[in-house]
Ligand binder design. Structure first.
Ligand SMILES: [Zn+2]
Length: 416
């Protein structure tokens, strides 16, 4: 009680001193108002033209058309006329480094590219990844992980995941990961072109049951339409990939419509067409950009495989499925390509931006971020051009703010 009264007295004195010296009260110190940008809220609502966004103590305290938002006297004004502000992007399927320094660099690289959070899906052993999650580094994307995923034995592939052959082993694996407080349980249901035995329904049903008992959700790596159906029937929570073998049929669309809370991370493959990667110049080392550019050739077979997934993504989006953005692997800038691929599949730029922001935040259960609204954390992307006109404009980053603090992009440039 005594300490609290003392704190209050000090605070009152600070305001009095600030008022006397005319240097702005203690309350408005650290308040920033962004003036004049177009704001894409992230929830699918129409953009706000010539908006004002007020940020205080890392949080958005007001957003709306200029003149309709109260800006506290003494706030720092940032003129962003002509620019577009959107929520930072969320990547719900990655595989990040598993040693401390490399993992922190991965998360900082993501911040540089405007990615505010990433979930590593199933190749993360106990130890350093969990330690980084417990003590999040500053100026970095938030980190979520599924620990060790669960698969059937896959000789020659990574043995970080549990290799299980019975439902008892599968349940034990879930319990061990639940004890580590993973954010998700990951399973692989894929015979890898006939090389391995695919996880059968009794085992994945046991995983899903055990995970749900522990209040955890399960994301499945799939390839085939038939497995998508089996998993939907067994109560799966998310697909870490789309259906890749054939076009989705009416039966699977029916199953999806019956379970609209199931989330699809489309995770589009390489589109297999010529693409311009000049936008990465300056961000990555020249040699790296040259390699990426050289690989971006027309490959009809890859493009045909991409088209199957593109048609399936469009069908599932039209069916009302909840869709997020995920890129697989460990490429910090990949969401910018993924979002363009999703638009090329037939989703609208607005649908894709919602997938990348609000849907991603809800999927990762971050209630404080994902949209630009009063009360939300100020995880913002300031763009030089409007991504609703051309989704590739998400690459034209002017500034990134995480928790209200500008990411020092010059100092954290991945090519440095
Ligand atoms: Zn993956």
């Amino acid at each position: 009680m005594r300490a609290r009264r003392l704190t209050l007295a000090v605070a009152v004195m600070a305001v009095a001193v600030a008022a006397a010296t005319g240097r702005g009260s203690a309350q408005t110190a650290g308040v920033t108002a962004f003036d004049g940008a177009r704001v894409i809220v992230g929830d699918g609502s129409a953009p706000i033209e010539n908006a004002t966004v007020v940020v205080a103590n890392g949080r958005i305290t007001g957003v709306g058309p200029a003149g309709k938002v109260q800006v506290p006297a003494g706030a720092t004004r940032v003129n962003v006329a002509g620019k577009t502000i959107m929520p930072a992007i969320i990547d719900t399927h990655v595989h990040l480094s598993t040693t401390r320094d490399a993992l922190i660099k991965d998360l900082r690289d993501r911040a540089y590219f405007g990615i505010s959070a990433a979930m590593s899906l199933g190749l993360d052993p106990a130890g350093e990844p969990f330690a980084v999650r417990a003590a999040p580094p500053a100026g970095a994307a938030r980190y979520f992980l599924a620990g060790r995923g669960i698969t059937m034995p896959e000789q020659g592939r990574t043995d970080v995941p549990y290799w299980v052959t019975t439902d008892a082993q599968a349940r034990k694996a879930v319990q061990e990961q639940a004890a580590l407080k993973v954010d998700f349980i990951k399973i692989w249901v894929d015979d890898r072109d006939g090389k391995y035995q695919k996880m059968p329904p009794p085992i994945y049903t046991a995983v899903i049951d055990e995970a749900h008992k522990a209040k955890l959700r399960v994301a499945a790596h799939i390839y085939n339409l038939s497995d998508a159906k089996g998993l939907l029937t067994a109560g799966i929570d998310a697909f870490a990939h789309g259906i890749r073998d054939v076009d989705a049929d009416d039966e699977v669309i029916g199953l999806i419509k019956a379970r609209r809370n199931v989330v699809l991370i489309p995770n589009m493959p390489d589109r297999g067409v010529v693409a311009d990667y000049a936008w990465l110049k300056g961000s990555l080392a020249d040699g790296e950009v040259a390699k990426i550019q050289a690989a971006a050739t027309d490959r009809p077979q890859a493009h045909a495989a991409w088209q199957i997934q593109a048609r399936n993504l469009k069908k599932m989006s039209d069916a009302g499925m909840t869709i997020t953005v995920g890129t697989d692997g460990n490429t910090a800038w990949a969401p910018h390509v993924e979002m363009a691929d999703m638009v090329a599949s037939g989703m609208t730029p607005m649908q894709v931006l919602v997938a990348a922001t609000k849907n991603g935040a809800e999927f990762l259960r971050m209630t404080d971020t994902g949209t630009i609204a009063a009360g939300k954390t100020a995880d913002l992307l300031v763009l030089d051009a409007n991504p609703l006109d051309d989704i590739a404009n998400t690459r034209r980053i002017s500034a990134v703010y995480l928790k209200g603090a500008a990411v020092d992009r010059a100092a954290t440039r991945p090519s440095r």
